[in-house]
Design a protein around this ligand. Structure first.
Ligand SMILES: NC(=O)c1ccc[n+]([C@@H]2O[C@H](COP(=O)([O-])OP(=O)(O)OC[C@H]3O[C@@H](n4cnc5c(N)ncnc54)[C@H](O)[C@@H]3O)[C@@H](O)[C@H]2O)c1
Length: 257
């Protein structure tokens, strides 16, 4: 994969970071994107930039090229610029991983219009904006690999996450349509649905909640970002050339088999 260029949205930490490092280890050049949805706080974004730069450092230590690009993918214009910048700096875009995501857990009756819009824009609109911009380049080369990070919640729903679940379900239909529309142009589109993965997103769970969740997982533990990254690395590799329009659950057997 040494000639491949990959853009991973939201790759300053967590699952996105692990995907960036896994693809870099396989020889890809990486565009590391970061931004904090809904955070006007300069310090939060500065710390996110430091994280992204550290990821780029790790990629370079692996012998691959990296570029750090701050961009709010929930904005159509910023997402377009992010893809344009990737192509400008790294010369092309072969792989897009729609990973950036947020949750704003709340009961339906308490979800404000703003919260709904923010979650849908960051988790679903962003995949549309980035994929539209990337596919334009991919069709010219008749090659592209798009992976979107959904969630098991997008498959089965979850109390307190109606907006998050709606955004993650949306990624399924979006991916299946992309797969059908661009299969004959050499572009595959697949979706990965992680279960409970240790990251900032699940850091709020206390020990008792974590133990209760683990009890309900066949493999008996929460997943790691690397558990998800390995599956994404497979999906964008030549080993998965004949695989498109698929949903892969990476959940350790959550809820039984
Ligand atoms: N952690 C889990 O248990 C879990 C389970 C299922 C699915 N997921 C999904 O995996 C993905 C990664 O989650 P994580 O657990 O690593 O979360 P995280 O909070 O650790 O990381 C989120 C990343 O997204 C970036 N980001 C947020 N808003 C952005 C925006 N508007 N533009 C660009 N980047 C933005 C952040 O900079 C960060 O790099 C998300 O889509 C999440 O919904 C996570």
């Amino acid at each position: 994969m040494s000639s491949r260029v990959a853009l991973i949205t939201g790759s300053s930490r967590g699952i996105g970071k692990a995907i960036a490092l896994a693809l870099a280890a396989d020889g890809c050049q990486i565009a590391v994107n970061y931004y904090e949805s809904g955070q006007a706080d300069a310090e939060v974004n500065a710390s996110n930039l430091r994280d992204a730069e550290a990821v780029a450092g790790e990629i370079e230590a692996l012998g691959s090229k990296a570029v750090v690009l701050g961009a709010d993918v929930s904005s159509s214009q910023s997402a377009q610029e992010l893809v344009d910048q990737t192509v400008k700096v790294l010369g092309q875009i072969d792989i897009l991983v729609n990973n950036a995501g947020i949750n704003r857990d709340n009961l339906l009756l308490r979800i404000s219009d703003e919260e709904w819009d923010q979650v849908l824009k960051t988790n679903l609109n962003a995949a549309f904006y980035c994929s539209r911009a990337a596919v334009k380049h991919m069709v010219r080369k008749r090659y592209g690999r798009i992976v979107s990070i959904s969630s098991v919640v997008g498959v089965g729903g979850n109390a307190g996450q109606a907006h998050y679940a709606a955004s993650k379900s949306g990624l399924l239909g979006f991916t299946y349509s992309l797969a059908k529309e661009y299969g004959r142009r050499g572009i595959t589109a697949n979706v990965v649905a992680p279960g409970y993965i240790q990251s900032d997103m699940t850091a709020r769970l206390n020990a008792e909640q974590t133990a209760r969740i683990a009890d309900n997982i066949v493999l008996g533990r929460l997943g790691t970002p690397e558990d998800v990254a390995g599956v994404v690395a497979f999906l964008v590799s030549s080993r998965a050339d004949y695989l498109t329009g698929q949903l892969l659950r990476v959940d350790g057997g959550l809820g039984g088999l």
